[in-house]
Design a protein around this ligand. Structure first.
Ligand code: FAD
Length: 437
């Protein structure tokens, strides 16, 4: 009987568990997790914070979903991995023996390192408990400062506004998320935030969090200003949880290094999800994605390989469809500007692919409310941002992932052209069955 151990009870770990159980019904499977809430929707915590969903909608599995998986859940921290003897230590007290092990330990929010960063009231939005903590602090607060760029910082801004706080939003640079969005897109979102009453501070960083009796009472900025507040919310990026892998001597870089089968530098140990940095034979690069669907796909592939079958992870188009500052937004493929953003590390809910400056021309629609930006290669679309009306999102995703040759409309895609209509017409025609003459 095979013994499998999975570290992490997130979407990667649970998908791997499901796949292992399907492929190896008699195996002994143990899953180690240090989050007391187990498996729940991590993207969902932002919607719990802003009051759109209740807490009881976050768990993904009920008791009856767990039963057929027949797994031994071990609550605690996987603290040491002994590769030679195939042993995993939990909380430095108990030990599990494994034949194959999966590290699906995800990533964790980067914290501030400035004076006062340890005060009560300095928060992050990483997990279930963080969200409860912010909600409870917000009951007794009237003002917050949010620092950081990317998706999480804006979710913090919106969540705190929804909880009735006045919010100051610090941006390190002169616009929001410059690595992924172009200037028009940044301004559109900043405008929406300002309209909702958010006070934006450009080229501003927190220099010190001020406290009294262990609690936050304000922030001193790098510009020398002091802002009175009771909450400082931090969304400056995430770092993969690699402690276990590093101390065991596994090869790591920005994540745990794996080949395309998700195998690490040790043959019986696999890594998948946010914590993994996966070799992509197509591009020759090794990439970290911190996105739900790639994590799920990797969990599946890793588990199949753990059972001894062979499967390779093929990167699909990295896409996120979400609401940013109230605007429905799809971020699809390579859209980056190559500009440095105001995050100190990898952003949560994103892909390194988005930061790439592709060898393309970039073209935008002129509409005010609904916005489309296309990244156009010689023969194909390679990326897009769709804001507002989302009817173009699926067609564009399909055209990019199927690498459809767009040469026939290439010369129509010029500044001022009705981009949306051209793409829609092309996609509709492309979907029609080819008729023989
Ligand atoms: C607020 C928020 C918004 C997001 N928005 C989006 C979005 O819009 N779109 C999108 O695609 N993705 C989004 N994401 C990212 C997405 O949730 C992650 O990519 C996904 O959850 C990664 O899954 P994972 O299983 O690899 O890691 P995780 O979900 O981080 O799970 C890892 C688990 O392992 C546990 N663990 C770690 N180390 C140990 C150890 N040593 N011992 C025991 N247990 C350990 C952790 O406690 C955790 O429970 C968002 C995430 C957050 C937090």
């Amino acid at each position: 009987m095979n013994r499998y151990v999975i570290v992490g009870t997130g979407v990667t770990g649970v998908t791997a568990l499901n796949t292992l159980r399907t492929n190896d019904p008699s195996a002994k499977i143990s899953m180690v997790g240090d989050d007391p809430h187990g498996f729940y929707s991590r993207p969902g915590i932002a919607y719990y914070l802003n009051g759109e969903i209740p807490e009881n909608q976050l768990p993904i599995f009920s008791k009856k979903d767990w039963k057929p998986l027949n797994v031994d859940i071990v609550k605690g921290v996987a603290s040491r991995l002994d590769l030679r003897n195939h042993l995993l230590e939990i909380d430095s007290s108990s030990v599990l023996k494994y034949d194959r092990l999966l590290i699906a330990s995800g990533s964790t929010a980067v914290t501030l390192t400035i004076p006062g960063a340890g005060l009560k009231g300095v928060v992050k939005l990483d997990d279930f408990e963080d969200t409860r903590h912010i909600i409870s602090l917000a009951r007794h607060a009237n003002c917050a400062v949010v620092v950081g760029g990317g998706i999480i910082a804006v979710e913090l801004v919106e969540g705190l506004m929804a909880r009735g706080l006045k919010v100051h939003y610090f941006l390190r640079g002169d616009r929001y998320w410059p690595n992924v969005l172009d200037e028009k897109e940044s301004r559109l979102l900043e405008h929406r935030l300002a309209e909702d009453g958010v006070i934006l501070h450009y080229q501003t960083e927190a220099a010190e969090v001020l406290g009294k009796r262990g609690k936050v009472v304000g922030v001193r900025t790098t510009k020398g200003e002091t802002i009175r507040c009771q909450v400082v919310a931090v969304g400056i990026g995430v770092k993969p949880r690699m402690e276990l892998a590093k101390s065991a001597g596994l090869a790591t870089d920005r994540g745990i290094l794996t080949d395309e089968t998700l195998q690490t530098s040790s043959p019986d140990v696999f890594a998948a999800g946010d914590v993994s940095q996966v070799h992509d034979p197509q591009s020759g690069k090794s990439i970290v994605d911190t996105l739900w669907h790639p994590a799920l796909d990797k969990g599946k592939v890793a588990a199949i390989n753990m059972t001894g079958k062979r499967n390779t992870y093929v990167r699909t188009l990295t896409t996120n469809v979400l609401r940013l500052a109230g605007v429905l937004t799809s971020i699809i493929g390579a859209v980056g500007s190559g500009v440095d953003d105001d995050l100190v590390s990898v952003a949560r809910g994103s892909s390194e692919t988005w930061h790439e400056l592709p060898n393309t021309i970039s073209l935008e629609s002129n509409g005010d409310v609904n916005h489309v930006r296309l990244m156009i290669g010689e023969k194909n679309l390679v990326g897009a941002i769709v804001m507002g009306d989302q009817k173009l999102s699926d067609p564009i995703q399909e055209l990019i992932s199927s690498k459809v040759d767009i040469s026939s409309i290439r010369n129509l895609l010029i500044p001022g052209a009705p981009l949306g209509q051209i793409i829609m017409d092309f996609w509709s025609a492309h979907k029609l069955p080819v008729r023989s003459a």
